[in-house]
Write a protein that binds this ligand. Structure first.
Ligand SMILES: Cc1ncc(COP(=O)(O)O)c(C=O)c1O
Length: 352
């Protein structure tokens, strides 16, 4: 038998990476991952389970998913051929980075980590434009960096994660018309935001969405909207059967009950305003505007505040180790009214 030194089995740059870490949250109030806090109503749950019982697990899933794509695309007045489905929008980010022409991937900093991480997996150079102190984006700087780095792909999360803000429509439009590579406008937080960018779709401009934040994080379903030709090219790097049968059946079912999830999103926006006001009134907290289902705040001794919340069984996301603009920042997902109440009481107690 040939003996490989185990040092040679895996690429050096992969060995240097850390795996994506998801902290253990059992038994905790979970305000760290932008999930919807509401359980399914019992009656709806019973009909959904009945529907799942009709799925034949002995067969591969529907590979083409024409009807599901048609149903989703119709909500934006688009056709099935303008939509690509992914196992979460993470998988679509991976497809985009696999298929885009050679060249750098450009994004603002800070932003959603997977643009950078997946680029590195695929040995694609990455380059970032630092956001301004108020988290605004300078579109001239962005376009200049894209030109200098010969970027072939760029991501703009609108609203941005982890900052929560929405960049001005004029700066997004300037980038959409000025950049020649693939531009992905990531609308993961659209259910909580006040505008979409679907009117900017062009052969090189695509809109990325997910159902994770709306309430179906466990299904892992995201989609990309774009020009028919670009979508059909990207579809070539989609793994066969990437959306499992249970997810397909569930999405088809829940799309018929979409108003419930939209109502919940509105409720979360209301809670975001209430929690935001209460946090702003606490001495020592600097709160940033958000159009997402989370709030970012800056506070002295963020590590200690994070740990003390954890001791009280409340899990949020500590952004401090990212440094730069995120130094001393904490990201808090908006939960149910009770969960938010527990968070506010705990924070007041810790900071008293
Ligand atoms: C901006 C943004 N895009 C995409 C995703 C990935 O979502 P999913 O893979 O669950 O669809 C996230 C998740 O946090 C996000 O914040």
């Amino acid at each position: 038998m040939l003996s490989h030194g185990c040092n040679n089995l895996i690429r050096k740059d992969i060995k240097a990476l850390a795996a994506y870490h998801v902290p253990d949250s059992s038994g905790m109030i979970k305000l760290d991952a932008m999930e919807n806090p509401f359980p399914l109503p019992d009656k709806l749950k019973a009909s959904w389970l009945k529907r799942l019982g009709e799925v034949g697990l002995n067969r591969y899933p529907d590979a083409d998913m024409h009807n599901l794509r048609k149903k989703i695309a119709a909500k934006d007045g688009l056709s099935a051929d303008q939509l690509l489905l992914g196992n979460g929008s993470d998988e679509i980010i991976q497809m985009l980075l696999m298929a885009a022409d050679a060249g750098a991937c450009v994004s603002p900093a800070p932003t959603f980590v997977m643009y950078d991480l997946i680029s590195r997996w695929l040995k694609r150079p990455v380059s970032t434009v630092p956001l301004e102190a108020d988290f605004s984006l300078d579109s001239d700087k962005f376009l200049q960096l894209c030109a200098r780095e010969k970027a072939s792909i760029a991501f703009l999360a609108c609203p941005n994660n982890p900052t929560g803000n929405m960049w001005s429509e004029s700066s997004i439009r300037r980038i959409a018309t000025g950049f020649r590579g693939l531009l992905i406008i990531d609308e993961a937080y659209l259910p909580f935001a006040d505008r979409t960018h679907t009117d900017m779709i062009a052969p090189n401009v695509l809109i990325l969405r997910t159902y994770s934040k709306l309430g179906w994080a466990g299904l892992r379903l995201g989609y990309l909207l774009g020009d028919v030709k670009t979508i059909s090219e990207l579809n070539k790097v989609r793994l066969p059967y990437n959306i499992n049968s249970l997810t397909q059946a569930s999405a088809d079912f829940f799309l018929d009950h979409f108003d419930l999830f939209e109502k919940q999103a509105k409720e979360i926006c209301g809670e975001r305003e209430r929690v935001g006001k209460a946090l702003s009134a606490i001495d020592g907290i600097e709160l940033f505007p958000s159009q997402a289902n989370f709030l970012l705040l800056r506070i002295k001794n963020s590590d200690e505040v994070f740990e003390q919340l954890k001791q009280r069984n409340i899990l949020i996301k500590n952004m401090n180790s990212h440094g730069g603009l995120l130094k001393n920042c904490l990201r808090i997902t908006i939960g149910s009214r009770e969960e938010n109440g527990a968070l506010l009481s705990a924070l007041k107690e810790i900071l008293a």
